[in-house]
Ligand binder design. Structure first.
Ligand code: ATP
Length: 581
């Protein structure tokens, strides 16, 4: 074996890599006489410089998986990855198949020594070529490899050296499939250049999102805001329920769970969710109820809210523009009773109303709409000392919430979709303006069910603030992760800004087609593979990994909230809830 240093500066066939890493690896140069090379097969067909097909040796069939890294022993070693596996039977023509008409016939053929499987079956694999080991690094290959080159195993040492390296702060999300090498993501690239987790329902999106949040909390320590429409991230307040947890895992779980704060917006009933958590974990979840002070909204947001819910005429808009005294987030505006607030708006804005009956109608209708907005939307608070049952409602202080590290979960599960979108818009708008003024530290946002908050079609109030963060957030230190089960229904502009894209199992053909269209990092064959991923597997692509990686996602340190309860359990919960109320 020859030893040489590889500063990686490689360009993979799937995406450009510009990182240069200093690392020393021992690369097997393929000299069979001096090494214990594990040969897996031989190349029999070449597809330019991007791919090749190998015949897998019969004794190596168990050693080939989708996603496995292998080395092609050409004039130089070439790192490649298995992207599809096929079994062929060259005797399977129509005449041969016609012979196999019964079990007896099969047994008879075998008795005469016609060993069908052995003589006629071969396994082949398609390889995607990543790059060649040159004297100075891992580089694009510039000519096709030679047919009949041998292929051997890329062992853990090599994979670790090439792909596993990363500083102490790199995010350890699992292992590279088919190896024991930890899969590490670059936290800077993941956060500042946004990311997306895309997969069918139940494919393990929120599990993986939880792993990423745990890693960011432990390794980076920045504030994280979770937009949680199902109330599932509250489970992160509890340690994982696993008996096999190591001491380190248990400590990590304890640390992360102590840094999870839950916020319930305003006057909504969350008792069934509370019962669920208390029952599952033996103690209630901790949360604070919060409400928005109407006065803390900029005019633009107030206009959009009114328009969104009730529609706004030009005349009403003019009165509002004149009458709304926006108190900047710096000034911590006082809470004003609704009547006084509306009176103040109308008094100050009346100069903008047209004289006569038309102006009066516009003013009174605006007053009604303002009252409906502040009274009926559950996330507003209009007087100090407001309570929901026995629970006090505090003023939502976005700046205070994001001034410390930890996972801040905004549990929107008791709001309807329109209110979820509206509150998300208001909060994200404030996050953006605070970040622009450098009033909050770098912050990471996780948006679950992103297709509802930033849909490709139709209007959602949250769409514009999310698109703005997707386009400009990076400049002001806001990173974002969009999680969705319907990639084709998420706004393509928002997705195109997510420079790390993580795919889990996707079944819907429209979504698969869409992934093929939008992701510059994934080949057609790899998109096909997404259909058959297990729930603990993911394909990580984009800026935060050196090359696309198929990974096995690690266990959780904190509890996972997305378990689907059985019908029996749900029914029992429902009946218990009825008795309790
Ligand atoms: N890495 C993993 N290891 C072990 N189990 C996992 C892993 N990932 C997911 N699972 C299992 O798969 C189930 C579904 O995962 P999860 O709730 O994350 O799916 P989801 O895609 O977020 O679903 P939904 O779209 O319904 O929200 C989990 O309850 C868990 O049991």
């Amino acid at each position: 074996m020859n030893q040489f240093t590889i500063p990686i500066s490689l360009t993979s066939p799937l995406k450009p890599l510009n990182q240069r890493l200093d690392l020393s690896v021992i690369v097997n140069t393929g000299d069979p006489s001096t090494s214990s090379v594990n040969y897996l097969g031989v190349i029999y067909e070449v597809d330019g410089v991007r791919g090749a097909k190998m015949r897998v040796f019969s004794d190596a069939e168990d050693g080939i998986w989708m996603g496995k890294f292998v080395v092609i022993d050409d004039a130089y070693p070439v790192l490649s990855r298995v992207i599809s596996i096929d079994r062929r039977n060259y005797l399977s023509d129509e005449r041969m198949i016609a012979q196999l008409d019964s079990k007896e016939r099969m047994d008879e053929l075998r008795k005469y020594g016609f060993d069908l499987e052995y003589i006629s079956t071969s396994t082949t694999a398609s390889l995607s070529i990543i790059g060649k080991f040159g004297g100075n690094g891992l580089l694009h290959i510039d000519r096709p490899i030679k047919p009949y080159s041998l292929v051997y195993d890329a062992d853990d040492k090599l994979i670790e050296a090439l792909l596993g390296a990363g500083g102490d702060s790199s995010l350890d999300v699992g292992v590279i499939k088919g190896s024991r090498v930890h899969a590490r993501l670059d936290p800077d690239k993941l956060v500042t250049h946004h990311c997306a987790i895309l997969a069918s329902t139940g494919a393990g999106k929120s599990w993986l999102a939880g792993v990423i949040l745990e890693e960011l909390t432990l390794k980076v320590g920045l504030p994280i805001l979770v937009i949680d429409p199902h109330g599932e991230y509250s489970a992160m307040q509890y340690q994982a329920e696993q008996d096999r947890a190591s001491k380190e895992e248990a400590e990590a779980g304890e640390r992360v769970s102590s840094l999870v704060s839950i916020y319930i917006p305003g006057k909504v009933d969350v008792s069934s969710m509370d019962r669920h958590y208390a029952k599952r974990f033996g103690r209630p979840r901790r949360y604070v109820r919060v409400g928005m002070n109407p006065r803390s909204m900029p005019l633009g947001i107030l206009v959009r809210l009114l328009n969104y819910y009730y529609g706004l005429t030009d005349a009403q808009r003019r009165i509002l523009e004149e009458g709304w005294v926006y108190n900047s987030v710096y000034e911590e505006p006082p809470l004003t009773p609704i009547d006084d607030l509306i009176k103040e708006i109308v008094e100050t804005g009346k100069s903008a109303a047209t004289k006569g009956y038309g102006g009066e109608i516009a003013t009174s209708s605006l007053m009604t709409k303002l009252r409906m907005l502040f009274e009926n939307r559950p996330f507003f608070i209009t007087r100090y000392g407001d309570y929901y049952g026995s629970e006090p409602i505090r003023l939502l202080d976005v700046r205070g919430m994001l001034s410390t590290p930890g996972i801040k979960v905004l549990d929107l599960s008791s709001l309807d979709v329109m209110d979820q979108q509206a509150l998300t818009a208001v909060v994200l708008d404030e996050v953006f303006s605070l970040a622009k003024r450098r009033s909050i530290p770098p912050t990471f946002l996780l948006i679950e069910e992103a297709h509802n908050f930033v849909p490709s079609k139709g209007s959602a109030m949250s769409k514009q603030p999310i698109l703005r963060i997707a386009r400009e957030g990076r400049k002001f230190g806001i990173g974002m992760c969009l999680v969705s089960q319907r990639p084709s229904r998420v706004d393509p502009d928002a997705l195109s800004q997510c420079m790390t894209q993580i795919f889990k199992r996707i079944i819907n053909p429209l979504d698969l087609k869409y992934v093929e269209l939008i992701s510059e990092y994934v080949s057609r064959e790899e998109v096909g593979q997404l259909r058959v991923l297990n729930s603990d597997e993911a394909l990580v692509t984009g800026l935060s990994v050196k090359i696309p990686l198929l990974i096995g996602v690690r266990r959780r340190f904190t509890a996972h909230g997305g378990e689907t309860p059985s019908i029996e359990e749900s029914l029992k919960d429902f009946l218990e809830g009825k008795q309790g109320s």
